[in-house]
Design a protein around this ligand. Structure first.
Ligand SMILES: Cc1ncc(COP(=O)(O)O)c(C=O)c1O
Length: 388
């Protein structure tokens, strides 16, 4: 089980025992999907339009995705260059499963989303981790990136805004990455844009393919409805890429889950018709929530940071607290023991950085309500203040 799921499970079991647990571990927004989306789902059920769709998804949905990509990132994708799946996670799984041969390498950037290395390994590949540094704002060092590329490199996975740091890669950084990638035409690029709509930086819609269209023929764009549209449980994501790749992904999907859920697909048609003000509202409430957390915790050593410019995560260092203890309890030796102690004594769930490939940090999600955030921060602060 992933560390994120493990912490969430522990939090739930404490909740079941009647404790008020503040779950700052999970990666989902507390908002409901827009009412037009919810109403459409009910209509579809009541009409009974609930048979299987084409494996790649409803044609109308794919056409709207194609229009969305044209509008948002100025790249043309035809409907047969798009696949709709059960979440962005399945899109990634389909892509790697259909392309990786035993021993192929996939470069991921640490801190990384917990599922990347595991999906790569499940598909027979080898994760090659490029570490980024807090002191450098977790930007990608392209000299180090180039050193990792070998004849076995099949994919480079990029994710911005990033889970778990909230970093949005700058235009300059992406340009440098492109300069490296141009030299290696056999390396495919997976651009995980799942947090695209939750980008608070001035760098808008930065997508590597939109910056360098030459990469399109060997790139897969991954996106979905979980984050920006608050539809995590609806399980709907999509991929856009060359037809040959989409066809291979369709084969895998047809033999595993067939098409994505018909009700969710129909409702997503309404989601794609929402205008930008919908996301502006979400973004402004997230910015407010981020301020609540950063100002409540800024006194704690290692907690003040300004690199979270998207998604809904903060990734502070907890190194200053290692080797300390709450009176009478065991010493906190690493990020995992920090998180476990915080959960058991203060009933606040956060995720250890080591599950994202970065020890000595924790991931705090600020996707929850303002009231819960305030309470969670107070408990984190009390906990850290008691460590000696
Ligand atoms: C970076 C990243 N990519 C992909 C996903 C997959 O999202 P979903 O399968 O819900 O669309 C997540 C979910 O947390 C994520 O954080």
């Amino acid at each position: 089980m992933s560390k994120t799921a493990e912490m969430a499970d522990l939090a739930l079991s404490l909740k079941e025992k009647g404790h008020k647990v503040i779950n700052m571990a999970s990666g989902e927004l507390s908002f409901k999907p827009d009412s037009t989306v919810r109403k459409e789902a009910c209509k579809v059920i009541n009409r009974g339009d609930t048979l299987y769709t084409q494996v790649a998804g409803l044609y109308q949905l794919r056409s709207l995705i194609s229009e969305k990509l044209k509008k948002d990132i100025k790249v043309d994708y035809k409907s047969d260059e798009i696949i709709v799946s059960n979440g962005g996670k399945q899109v990634i799984f389909n892509a790697l499963q259909s392309t990786i041969n035993q021993g192929d390498e996939v470069i991921i950037i640490s801190p990384y989303w917990v599922s990347y290395p595991e999906i790569i390994k499940l598909c027979g590949g080898k994760p090659k981790v490029l570490h980024t540094r807090r002191q450098e704002g977790f930007s990608i060092n392209t000299e180090n990136l180039e050193k990792l590329i070998t004849t076995k490199t099949k994919w480079l996975i990029l994710n911005s805004p990033t889970n778990p740091t909230g970093v949005v890669y700058s235009f300059e950084n992406l340009k440098k990455i492109i300069q490296v990638l141009i030299k290696y035409p056999n390396v495919w690029i997976l651009s995980d844009d799942i947090y695209e709509k939750l980008n608070f930086s001035s760098e808008n819609n930065l997508n590597i393919i939109s910056i360098e269209k030459k990469l399109k023929r060997r790139s897969l764009l991954v996106n979905g409805f979980s984050k920006g549209y608050c539809m995590t449980g609806w399980r709907l994501g999509y991929g856009a890429g060359p037809k040959i790749l989409i066809e291979a992904m369709k084969k895998i999907q047809s033999q595993s889950t067939s098409a994505a859920n018909t009700i969710a697909q129909n409702a997503a048609i309404k989601a794609l018709q929402l205008n930008e003000s919908y996301f502006e509202d979400i973004k402004s409430s997230l910015i407010k929530r981020r301020t609540i957390v950063t100002s409540a915790l800024s006194d704690l050593q290692g907690f003040s940071s300004n690199f979270s410019r998207g998604a809904f995560y903060l990734f502070p260092s907890i190194k200053a607290f290692l080797g300390k203890r709450v009176k009478g309890k065991e010493v906190i030796v690493d990020d995992t023991s920090f998180c476990l102690r915080l959960l058991s004594s203060e009933h606040v769930a956060v995720v250890p950085g080591s599950s994202f490939g970065n020890r000595g940090s924790i991931r705090i999600s600020y996707a929850l309500s303002e009231k819960d955030l305030r309470l969670g921060c107070k408990r984190i602060k009390d906990f850290c203040d008691r460590l000696v």
